[in-house]
Design a protein around this ligand. Structure first.
Ligand code: ADP
Length: 481
C-alpha cells in the first residue's frame, strides 16, 4: 500500500527540467555489429593477401562494408551513451524532486504538529491543574474524559511525527544505561488498571540470572514494549498477556535481548500476517470500528527495532492468540554505570528563582502554576527580549525559555545571555521534537530542552538535574556564531 502511494507521488511529479527524455534505440547490439565488422575486415584482408584479381575487388568491397558496419557500430554506441547520460540526468532530477517533496512533507508535518501540540498541551496542562482542585464526582469524570481524549490525540500526533521522522530517515537513537527489568515492570504497571478492568492476567517473566542493566535507548525500547503490550491487551478479551524477557550473550558484553509479548487474544490470520507491519494497515476493515487505532503502531515498532539493529516478528493462530518477538542487540552494563548517570542531584527543598519565557498565555499559566506549587518564585515574561531584561534584574537560578516567540525568539535571547557571560541553566521549551531543532537549542547555548506539552514530572526532573548542578565553565557555554 505504501509502495503504491509512493509510486503515485513519483508519477505526480511534473516532468523534470533538463535534457529531453530520450528513449534508448532498440537497434542492433553494438557489440554484435562490431564483431561482424571486425570479422568481415579480417576476411577481406585474408582474401586480398592470398586471392586472385577478381578476389581483390570482392575483398575491397567486403573491407568497405566492414568499415561501414564498424562506423555504424560506433555511432550506435555513442547514441546509447548519450541516451543513458540523458536518462541518468532525468533520474537525478527526479530523485532531487522526490527528496525535496519528502523534506517539504516532513517540515509540514513538524510544523502542523507544533501548531497542534501547543494548544493541546494547554488543554492537558489546564486539565491537570483543574483535576487538582476540589471537584465533585461528576466533574471529575468529565475531566477524566477530556484528559483521555487529549492524551489519545497527543499519542496519535506522536505516531504521525514518528512516522514522518522514519520516512525522512531522521531517526536517532540514544545510548545510555538503563534497568530493563524496571522498565518492563513500569510498562506492566501502566496497564494494570486496564487489565484489571478486563479481567486479564498480566505477567512478566524475567528469568533469574538475566542481566538487568544494559546500554541502549530506554525510551525507544519502552515505546516498542508499550505498543506491543497495548495491542495485546486491546485484542485479548480473556486469558493472559505475558511479557517474557531473555538475553542471549553474543560476544564480549553484547547480548541479543529478546522481548516477547504473548497474548491469548483474537489472533491474526495467515493472510493478514504479512501486512500488519505496513503503515496504516489493520488486519481487517472492522478493526478500527471495534478496537480503534490507526495501524501505525507496528510499522513504527518495526522501524524502531530495525533502527536499533534488531528484528520484530510475529506468530499467531486465529482464535488462540499472538506472540510478537522483538530481538534487540544491547550491551550489558552494570549497576555502577546506572549510578553514574547524570541527573541525580536534587533541589533539596531549595526555593529557586525562575524566569519563565513563553508567549503562549495558557502554556505560561500551566508551567507557572506547576513551578509555584513546588514553592519556587517565578518571573513570567512573554518574549526573549523581556527574558534578557528579567535575567539582568533577577539573576535567576534557572530559565525556562520557549523557542519561538515574537520580538525576540528563545535562540537569540540565549545567545545574547551567553555572550554577556551568563552561565546558569537555560532549558528550552520546544514544541519541535525533531533532532535538528534540539541541536539548534544546544548550539544556541541552551543547557537542555523539554518537549511540549510539558509534563509536570519532566519539569521537576529538569529542576533536579540542573538547578543544583555546578555552573558550566564559560568555555563550554558557547553561543552560536
Ligand atoms: P493499531 O493497533 O493502531 O490498529 P498496529 O499497527 O499496532 O495498529 O496494528 C496493526 C494491526 O495488527 C491491528 O489493527 C490488528 O489488526 C493487528 N494486531 C496487532 N497486534 C495484535 C494482537 N496482539 N492480536 C491481534 N491482532 C493484532
Amino acid at each position: 500500500m505504501r509502495e503504491a502511494a509512493s509510486s503515485d507521488r513519483v508519477s505526480a511529479l511534473p516532468a523534470p527540467a533538463g535534457p529531453e527524455r530520450a528513449t534508448p534505440r532498440r537497434s542492433v547490439g553494438p557489440l554484435l555489429v562490431l564483431v561482424l565488422g571486425v570479422a568481415g575486415l579480417a576476411l577481406a584482408i585474408s582474401l586480398a593477401i592470398g586471392g586472385q584479381p577478381p578476389l581483390h575487388t570482392a575483398s575491397a568491397f567486403a573491407a568497405a562494408t566492414a568499415l561501414v558496419w564498424c562506423a555504424r557500430a560506433l555511432q550506435v554506441r555513442d547514441n546509447l551513451i548519450h541516451d543513458l547520460t540523458a536518462e541518468r540526468m532525468v533520474l537525478q532530477a527526479s530523485r532531487q524532486q522526490i527528496d525535496s517533496v519528502s523534506r517539504a512533507k516532513s517540515d509540514f508535518i513538524a510544523n502542523i504538529s507544533h501548531e497542534i501540540r501547543t494548544p493541546l498541551g494547554g488543554v492537558l496542562g489546564t486539565t491537570a491543574l483543574l483535576a487538582d482542585t476540589s471537584l465533585n464526582d461528576e466533574q471529575r469524570a468529565y475531566i477524566g474524559a477530556i484528559r483521555g481524549a487529549a492524551e489519545g490525540l497527543m499519542a496519535l500526533l506522536g505516531d504521525i511525527l514518528d512516522m514522518s521522522k522514519i520516512e525522512a530517515g531522521h531517526l536517532t537513537f540514544e545510548r545510555s544505561p538503563f534497568d530493563l527489568r524496571k522498565l518492563a515492570e513500569e510498562v506492566i504497571a501502566m496497564f494494570g488498571y486496564v487489565t484489571r478492568d478486563k479481567g486479564l492476567v498480566l505477567n512478566l517473566a524475567y528469568p533469574e540470572g538475566t542481566p538487568r542493566v544494559f546500554f541502549g535507548d530506554p525510551l525507544r525500547i519502552r515505546q516498542v514494549l508499550t505498543n506491543l503490550v497495548s495491542n495485546a491487551v486491546k485484542f485479548t478479551a480473556s486469558g493472559e498477556v505475558r511479557i517474557e524477557i531473555r538475553a542471549r550473550p553474543t560476544v564480549h558484553d553484547e547480548a541479543h535481548v529478546e522481548l516477547r509479548v504473548h497474548d491469548t487474544g483474537i489472533g491474526i490470520t495467515a493472510e493478514q500476517l504479512p501486512r500488519i507491519f505496513d503503515s496504516f494497515v489493520q488486519a481487517d476493515a472492522s478493526t478500527t470500528r471495534r478496537f480503534g487505532g490507526t495501524g501505525l503502531g507496528l510499522a513504527i515498532c518495526r522501524a524502531l527495532v530495525r533502527g536499533m539493529g534488531g528484528s520484530l516478528d510475529v506468530e499467531s493462530q486465529p482464535g488462540s492468540g499472538s506472540t510478537f518477538t522483538a530481538v534487540v542487540p544491547l550491551t550489558v552494563a552494570s549497576e555502577h554505570d546506572l549510578s553514574e548517570k547524570p541527573g541525580k542531584t536534587t533541589t533539596g527543598g531549595r526555593r529557586l528563582t525562575i524566569v519563565l519565557a513563553d508567549d503562549n498565555r495558557i502554556n505560561r499559566t500551566v508551567v507557572l502554576a506547576l513551578l509555584e506549587r513546588a514553592g519556587h518564585t517565578v518571573v513570567p515574561v512573554e518574549n526573549g527580549l523581556a527574558a534578557v531584561a528579567a535575567v539582568e534584574a533577577q539573576a535567576p537560578d534557572i530559565i525556562f525559555m520557549d523557542c519561538q516567540m515574537p520580538v525576540m525568539d528563545g535562540y537569540e535571547a540565549t545567545i545574547r545571555l551567553r555572550e554577556t557571560g551568563y552561565t546558569a541553566p537555560i532549558i528550552a521549551l520546544t514544541a519541535n521534537a525533531r533532532a535538528d531543532d534540539r541541536d539548534r537549542c544546544i548550539a544556541a547555548g541552551m543547557t537542555d530542552y523539554l518537549t511540549k506539552p510539558i509534563r509536570p514530572e519532566d519539569l521537576h526532573l529538569a529542576l533536579q538535574r540542573h538547578a543544583l548542578a555546578p555552573p558550566r565553565p564559560a568555555s563550554e557555554v558557547s553561543a552560536a556564531q
